[in-house]
Design a protein around this ligand. Structure first.
Ligand code: 13P
Length: 342
């Protein structure tokens, strides 16, 4: 079907995903990534352990006050909890939208081996059709941009922008809201200016290609990085600086029709990710909502608390509930360090 046939529903879903006070939980780690996460706490990545871990988030009492949607991995979208209910029905039961990661990871770019392009366009229309039947309301595709001496190259930015746009158009044709995720990585010793520059080049190319592909900006969500110094730069920027550089960039590049931008956490600590989002929303209102779509910054404490032990599930749920609530407050600019500790 044409994008126009789905537009009203796409707009409604996109708005719901970034409604003030709520954001998205990214729980779509691929098999390799979840294995690494579990290895850090000494837990084997078996199907049962993945079921227990994912299930603890989806059955946290009251989490739906703060979480509008969850991004799932293919296995989880098809999986059931120990009591036999499908995870999709559990989420639907509390009004949380199920979403699905549809990219298939990254590979080296031809001609620029230190840069990455994303796999997964082949056969995508058929997969999207099945995901709609399984109950997905939105999708996600992640592209990564690397900062280095002479990186990112224009060729890499352009290829990733074109692939994101092709994916987003296919999603809207299938009736799924695309989360368009260009992530400028925090890895490296670069300063905040290099991140600002790479982010601006990337976002400009992404919105050019989205337009060319006929993607309706009002029926999508952007998920990009904050403008922030590299992890190995030895410097930290104040939340107010990050907020200023990030929101002024967005004001130059994002179309007003976009319902929202939901940040990735990208390696920031849980509290940093909350403080930085809060600083942006304290600046006032923008044409688009500024929300979160955090993976690590919503899961880290819960993961450590769980440690693979069923008896720790209630405590892990408490940790997740707290993080979700803190980020909910940050979408409203109402987070404080006092509330964090209370
Ligand atoms: P992080 O918040 O851990 O960066 O994960 C978000 C995500 O979905 C990356 O694709």
């Amino acid at each position: 079907m044409a994008i126009a046939d789905h537009l009203e529903e796409l707009k409604k879903t996109a708005k719901q995903m970034v409604v003030p006070g709520k954001g998205i939980l990214a729980a779509d780690e691929s098999s390799g990534t979840i294995e690494k996460k579990f290895a850090k706490i000494g837990v084997a990545s078996t199907e049962d352990n993945r079921r227990s871990y994912r299930g603890l988030f989806f059955t946290t009492p009251g989490f739906e006050e703060f979480i509008s949607g969850v991004i799932l991995f293919d296995e989880t979208l098809r999986q059931s909890a120990a009591d036999g209910r499908t995870f999709v029905s559990i989420l639907q039961g509390v009004g949380v939208l199920p979403g699905i990661k549809v990219d298939q990871g990254t590979k080296e770019m031809d001609g620029s081996p230190n840069e990455k392009v994303t796999k997964g366009l082949e056969g995508l229309p058929e997969r999207l059709k099945e995901y709609v039947e399984l109950g997905a309301k939105f999708a996600k595709w992640r592209a990564v941009i690397t900062i280095g001496d002479v990186l990112p190259t224009d060729a890499n930015i352009r290829q990733n922008a074109k692939d994101l746009a092709a994916y987003a158009a296919l999603c809207q044709e299938a009736g799924l809201v695309p989360i368009v995720e260009p992530e400028v990585l925090m890895d490296g010793g670069h300063g905040i200016e290099a991140c600002a520059d790479a982010s601006e080049r990337t976002l400009r190319a992404v919105f050019e290609e989205l337009k060319k592909a006929g993607v309706a900006p009002e029926g999508m969500i952007l998920k990009t990085n904050m403008v922030i110094p590299g992890k190995e730069s030895g410097t930290k920027a104040a939340p107010e600086t990050i907020a200023e550089l990030t929101t002024t960039l967005f004001e130059r590049v994002l179309p007003d029709e976009l319902p929202g931008q939901a940040f990735l956490s990208g390696g920031q600590s849980e509290v940093e990710a909350t403080e930085n989002l809060n600083a942006m929303n304290k600046k006032g209102q923008f044409p688009w909502k500024l929300s979160f779509s955090y993976g690590r910054a919503l899961q880290d404490s819960a993961l450590k608390t769980w440690g693979g032990k069923p008896e720790n599930i209630p405590a892990a749920q408490k940790a997740f509930y707290h993080r979700a609530k803190m980020n909910s407050l940050a979408t409203l600019g109402k987070y404080t360090s006092e509330i964090e500790k209370a």
